[in-house]
Write a protein that binds this ligand. Structure first.
Ligand code: NAP
Length: 493
């Protein structure tokens, strides 16, 4: 059964003003229409920004703990719809039900953490150089913010942007990925039912290149929080500068998992497989490079091959499936192109290599878990984000070389090291150029109360999640109060 989802603008569910629509199909079975959604245009964007602008004053004046109460209510309502959201996510994005349920739980954790932050939007009191003067700082909301999100975590990422934006007193125009319209609708529904007032949160569907750009260029939008590809993020960052917007971009990754000669190699291989093939490799934190001490290479390959061969590829709606399809035709084609590039560059296929064509899989965008051995650090499959279930294995001869190879990419999101040598662990933490480091655990994952984001070409503009999320969505005001009103001399430099 397919459904028709609508924009939510100024407190009303509505079609695009032009009446134009687009479709989303199930990536595990492209015959199946999942949803029809509005293909919005300029008039819809204008209406949404206007609604958000008009609602701003009332929302910023609402006491922050009351804003937090709404998020706590949303948390409880969302909890009641956990399974519905997980199923919708699997159907439109393709990840397995287990993965979808995990993502929903993470979104709940985010809502819970951020709702509590409403009572901690603290500033500071600071001693003044001047007598009878009280100095302090307050956080203020920015105004209308645009939230532009990818399809790979269609509930968690919107939640970890929208929740802190709202708690901090901003109003939001949310443009979700076109691949995941239904999960976006449910998230907005829950927030609205919880009491977010009319105009404070607006949902606009449509093509990113068109309405996403309009939001980025709009003079009344004060900030853009974006997660997605480097291609889009780089352009968006430059465009937003023209209207002096605050911008946060979280983009690609090429995350290394380092296995030193003293490591528990089986543990490392299991983690590498989880990191590389979980969510079909479509995670910004996916383990896409295993950098392995040459002396343990064959052993590592044996274990990781065992893990890859145990994966059951198929429709994520089946409980027995452990890896779903690529999200769409474009992503599927990209992965297959990278496999051809790997072949041309001389990589050795330990597993995988072609699209899966068994009859049950013919109607979906399936590829097998693929392990590439004999990969050199300069190869394209070792440098570029593939965003599919492909693990490139690189052999190294020393700890120094492992660090150099790990850092020798333009990205800097997550990294992991397997070793029992504490000194090397500490040196790795010190020198690795990433925003998130894992020791003896996979590259993936992130908890709601901790900052999340990357260095180098992965991220600009701040960190998401944790208390740092509030930083992006507020600006500081510094206040000097002369409470006698009698100063003759002031230190004016
Ligand atoms: P994408 O193609 O860049 O799209 C992301 C969002 O931007 C979508 O809502 C898209 O809309 C919109 N968009 C497209 N063109 C735009 C434009 N010109 N102006 C404004 N918005 C525009 O990325 P994706 O394929 O959805 O996601 C995969 C990428 O996200 C990967 O590179 C992955 O590493 C990255 N990612 C990073 C993190 C992180 O935290 N670092 C987390 C998750 C994902 P449409 O869907 O309508 O095109």
């Amino acid at each position: 059964m397919s459904e028709t989802v609508l924009n939510y603008i100024g407190g009303e569910w509505s079609r695009a003003q032009s009446g134009a629509t687009a479709e989303r199909r199930n990536p595990a079975c492209t015959d199946e229409l999942v949803a029809t959604f509005p293909r919005s245009g300029r008039e819809d964007v204008e209406k949404a920004v206007r609604a958000a602008r008009e609602a701003f004053e009332g929302w910023r004046r609402t006491p922050a703990p009351r804003r937090g109460d709404i998020l706590f209510r949303a948390l409880r309502l969302f909890e009641l719809r956990k399974e519905e959201v997980a199923r919708a996510m699997t159907r439109e994005e393709g990840k397995t039900l287990r993965e979808s349920r995990g993502e929903v739980q993470k979104s709940l954790n985010v809502l819970e953490f951020v709702a509590g932050e409403a009572r901690r939007l603290n500033g500071e009191t600071v001693p003044s150089e001047m007598p009878s003067t009280f100095c302090y700082t307050v956080r203020e909301p920015l105004g209308v913010v645009a939230v532009i999100t990818p399809w790979n975590f269609p509930v968690a990422i919107p939640a970890w942007k929208i929740a802190p934006a709202l708690v901090a007193g901003n109003t939001v125009v949310f443009k979700p990925a076109s691949a995941t319209p239904v999960t976006a609708r449910i998230l907005v529904e829950v927030l609205v039912e919880a009491g977010v007032p009319r105009g404070v949160l607006n949902l606009v569907y449509g093509d990113g290149g068109s309405i996403g750009s309009m939001l980025v260029d709009h003079p009344d939008v004060r900030a853009v929080s974006f997660t997605g590809s480097n291609e889009v993020g780089s352009k968006l960052h430059a465009d937003a500068a023209k209207t002096h917007k605050k911008v946060l971009c979280e983009m690609g990754g090429k995350n290394p998992l380092v296995v030193l000669e003293d490591a528990d190699v089986e543990l490392a291989a299991v983690a590498a497989a989880q990191g590389a093939f979980g969510s079909t490799g479509q995670r910004c934190t996916a383990t896409s490079r295993a950098i392995v001490a040459r002396s343990r290479l064959e052993e590592f390959l044996r274990y990781v091959e065992r893990e890859a061969r145990a994966i059951v590829v198929g429709d994520g709606m089946k409980e027995s499936t452990t890896m779903g399809p690529c999200v769409d035709e474009r992503q599927h084609r990209t992965v297959l192109e990278y496999l051809a590039i790997a072949r041309d560059e001389g990589a050795r296929f330990v597993t995988g290599g072609d699209r899966l064509s068994a009859s049950a899989l013919q109607m979906g965008y399936f590829v097998p878990p693929t392990i590439l051995a004999d990969v050199k650090p300069s190869m394209r499959v070792a440098q570029e984000e593939i965003f599919g279930p492909v693990l490139s294995v690189i052999a190294v001869d020393s700890f120094e070389e492992a660090i150099e190879v790990s850092n020798d990419v333009r990205y800097g999101l997550a990294a992991s090291i397997y070793t029992e040598d504490v000194e090397r662990v500490m040196r790795f933490i010190d020198r690795i150029e990433v925003g998130i480091v894992h020791i003896n655990s996979p590259t993936v994952g992130g908890e709601a109360q901790l900052p999340f984001g990357g260095m180098k070409a992965t991220g600009v503009g701040g960190r998401e999640m944790g208390r740092t999320a509030i930083e992006f969505f507020t600006e500081w005001k510094t206040v000097y109060v002369d409470y006698t009103g009698s100063k003759r001399e002031t230190n004016i430099y």
